[in-house]
Design a protein around this ligand. Structure first.
Ligand SMILES: [Zn+2]
Ligand SMILES: [Zn+2]
Length: 252
């Protein structure tokens, strides 16, 4: 199965990166709908689209207002948006308030149950994260052993219950907004750093870990050529670590 990164950054878009949006095109499942969500239309080929929201900060939901463009080739696609009730209410009441965006969303908002069965027979679960206003992280498992986790936004949760939640997952996407030197700031703003995430991945025996929601002020050149995120250092803790980029396709 494939996960396409439609937006790998957080807070605001940059020249080369859009905000949080991830898509599993084979089963029509999306995680978050930040500004990168407008790109989903190019990959949509199912008659159903299920969107799972970590929380309702604008960099994760602004793209819900792009839905009519996303559905341009599939106007009959049935869209459901899942999340915690208070986050869904905030989106419905505020993002789609007449003065902000006057077109009613053509989707259903559904408070997230404890477990969700995915179209392909996968099972999706969620776990509370630590972030201002609250957020949840997701994990999906299939009977054939494939597994995937999407954890954003949060401080690095070095706690047994969370380590168990991501244990053994084949592909982990995890928030790493700041480099290690900004650990205090990461803690204060509800985000993680590469070495902290590497430690979690190592403890939980994860297969492959991709850092996401990285600082939009860092250019691609800074991240991938000058290693501004300090990836080499973090890879000493967990070697199967990389920084995700927009349009990257991850197989799991
Ligand atoms: Zn964010
Ligand atoms: Zn946030």
């Amino acid at each position: 199965m494939k996960c396409i990164i439609l937006g790998s950054t957080g807070y605001h878009p940059s020249a080369s990166r859009q905000t949080a949006s991830y898509f599993l095109p084979e089963i029509g499942v999306a995680f978050d709908a930040g500004t990168g969500f407008y790109r989903l239309g190019d990959y949509l080929r199912t008659s159903r689209l299920d969107i799972f929201l970590t929380h309702a900060h604008l960099d994760h939901v602004a793209g819900l207002t792009y839905l009519s463009d996303v559905l341009r080739t599939r106007p009959d696609c049935e869209v459901s948006v899942y999340g915690e009730s208070d986050k869904l209410q905030a989106v419905e009441r505020h993002l789609f308030a007449e003065p902000l965006f006057p077109v009613a969303p053509n989707c259903r908002f559904i408070p997230i149950p404890e477990t969700i069965l995915l179209p392909s027979g996968g099972r999706l679960r969620w776990h509370p994260l630590r972030h201002r206003g609250g957020a949840i992280g997701f994990r999906a498992d299939w009977t054939d052993g494939r597994s995937f986790a999407y954890i954003s936004d949060t401080v690095a949760l070095d706690e047994p219950a969370f380590i168990d939640f991501i244990r053994g997952v084949k592909l982990l996407l995890h928030d790493a907004y700041f480099p290690d030197a900004f650990q205090e700031k990461a803690q204060r703003t509800g985000h993680s750093t590469p070495s902290q995430v590497a430690q979690l991945a190592q403890k939980a025996n994860v297969g492959r870990c991709v850092l996401i929601h990285t600082d939009p002020l860092l250019t691609d050149e800074a991240i991938y050529q000058r290693d501004a995120m300090g990836l080499e250092q973090a890879k000493r803790i967990f070697s199967a670590l990389e920084v995700g980029r927009d349009f990257q396709e991850l197989d799991f």
